[in-house]
Design a protein around this ligand. Structure first.
Ligand SMILES: [Zn+2]
Ligand SMILES: [Zn+2]
Length: 442
């Protein structure tokens, strides 16, 4: 057996021995769900687990993030294992917090447990003196793009610039020392099988829209008013009129909701509010549809003589999967669960801020099964924690061995072959270019 295979057995042995303890971490987090930038209990739990492993950590990064590190003692690249702290808000979920409605309906509790599992396996297995480089274990806040108003409030108070945790951490310089990054997300799609090699994801921008009309008696004098709800519905119809021009390869998704439809049924609505994401598979298409959606929204205002205020907020960039690293992960996944239990997800039309990391650092974002139900739904339940936490922890730990053993030759190859679209500076410039407030009145 090669030394590399032997090291993989050693890290997996720790993950088997500590499986119950690692799974218990996931269960404790699931019992205390907290949405983005409010993950205080979850962050404290992570800090305590790092303390138990006698790993140093920096706390309160982008409000709740916790970052730890482990040096092998030999020079080499820094590789980060990431887990997301935040939950969704799904009040109907069986494990929802009765007060906030928060629930782990996206499996992030499993990510934190697997990240801590990898940390334990590296620290306790005795493999470090055979590795080169440095490991970062990073619990990051706010991946789910929800509670936009709350986060926008944090933006206006100067506590945040970006509403997603990873873009904010990039801005703060907390990824400056990271040269390679990986995390594993859970999946409930049966076709994904036990472990799934992933492809790409859509990126997005967020829009908050407010139509301003003029209130008047809805029965007695509607001709004196300007109906903001009519303006909004025309704006929505204008967006719908553009759908036939979406190009298949761009996988554009525009899905607005009305968050306020009026104040009183007896008054002509004068304040109507919408929110939408504009998603696409590539930055050019996001930029294009960002503008076309604004144009359609203006059309609604123009038709009835209302005013429209459009606030565009940078969201996430598309995911750019590192093929070299992914092939290591795939080999390890196939060794662990058998080739027939490993699938390929292709392109996904949802979005993640791991996309942002992948635009500046070679990254992978594969998937692990063991879950049933609908993602973000009330029935998203982890059925088998060995599959949802221990399998992916092993696949990542084995990939760390591939990358950092043998003088970190694997990691160096990943870095030299990677196709990274952005530097941190060009990434931040692009993100900031999305941010704008527009007011349109005919
Ligand atoms: Zn999610
Ligand atoms: Zn998620």
């Amino acid at each position: 057996m090669s030394e590399k295979e032997n090291l993989k057995l050693q890290v997996n042995k720790i993950l088997d021995e500590r499986a119950t303890e690692i799974i218990d971490i996931a269960k404790r987090i699931a019992a205390n769900p907290e949405p983005g930038y409010k993950e205080y209990k979850t962050a404290k739990l992570v800090q305590e687990e790092f303390d138990k492993l006698q790993l140093p950590h920096k706390d309160n990064l982008a409000i709740t993030g916790v970052k730890s590190w482990l040096d092998t003692g030999s020079l080499g690249p820094t590789l980060a294992i990431i887990g997301e702290l935040d939950s969704m808000v799904v009040p109907a979920h069986q494990n929802a917090d009765p007060i906030t409605g928060a629930a782990h309906a996206c499996g992030h509790h499993c990510q934190i447990a697997m990240m801590l599992g990898v940390a334990a396996s590296m620290k306790l297995s005795g493999v470090l003196d055979k590795l080169s480089g440095r490991l970062v274990f990073f619990a990051v806040p706010a991946e789910e793009l929800i509670e936009v108003e709350f986060r926008n409030g944090l933006r206006s108070q100067g506590k945040l610039e970006f509403i997603g945790g990873k873009p904010e951490l990039v801005k703060l310089g907390e990824f400056d020392d990271v040269e390679i990054a990986m995390m594993t997300h859970t999946t409930s799609t049966p076709e994904d099988r036990l472990l799934a090699v992933s492809g790409t994801n859509n990126g997005l921008v967020v829009k908050q829209i407010r139509y301003v009309g003029l209130g008047a008696h809805a029965g007695g004098s509607p001709h004196m008013g300007i109906n903001a709800l009519n303006a909004a519905t025309l704006g929505l119809q204008s967006i719908n009129a553009l759908r036939e021009t979406f190009q298949g390869e761009d996988t554009v998704r525009v899905h607005p909701i009305i968050t306020k439809g009026g104040d009183a049924v007896s008054a002509v609505p004068s304040d109507v509010r919408l929110e939408t994401f504009v998603r696409a598979s590539n930055v050019d298409a996001i930029l294009d549809w960002d503008k076309k959606v604004d144009r359609a929204l203006r059309a609604g205002a123009m038709a009835v003589g209302a005013k429209v205020k459009i606030s565009t907020i940078p969201g996430y960039l598309p995911l750019n999967m590192d093929q070299t690293m992914m092939s290591h992960w795939q080999n390890n996944a196939e060794t662990l669960v058998g080739k027939e239990s490993v699938s390929f997800t292709g392109h996904r039309t949802g979005s993640t801020d791991m996309g942002d990391i992948s635009q500046i650092i070679p990254s992978i974002h594969p998937y692990a099964g063991g879950v049933t139900g609908i993602g973000h739904g009330a029935d998203y339940i982890v059925q088998d924690y060995m599959k949802a936490v221990i399998n992916p922890a092993k696949a990542m730990a084995m990939t760390v061995i591939d990358l950092l053993s043998d003088g970190a030759s694997g990691a160096k190859a990943v870095i030299s072959k990677s196709k990274i679209p952005h530097t941190k500076e060009s990434y931040l410039k692009l993100m900031r270019s999305f941010s704008r407030d527009e007011e349109f009145e005919n």
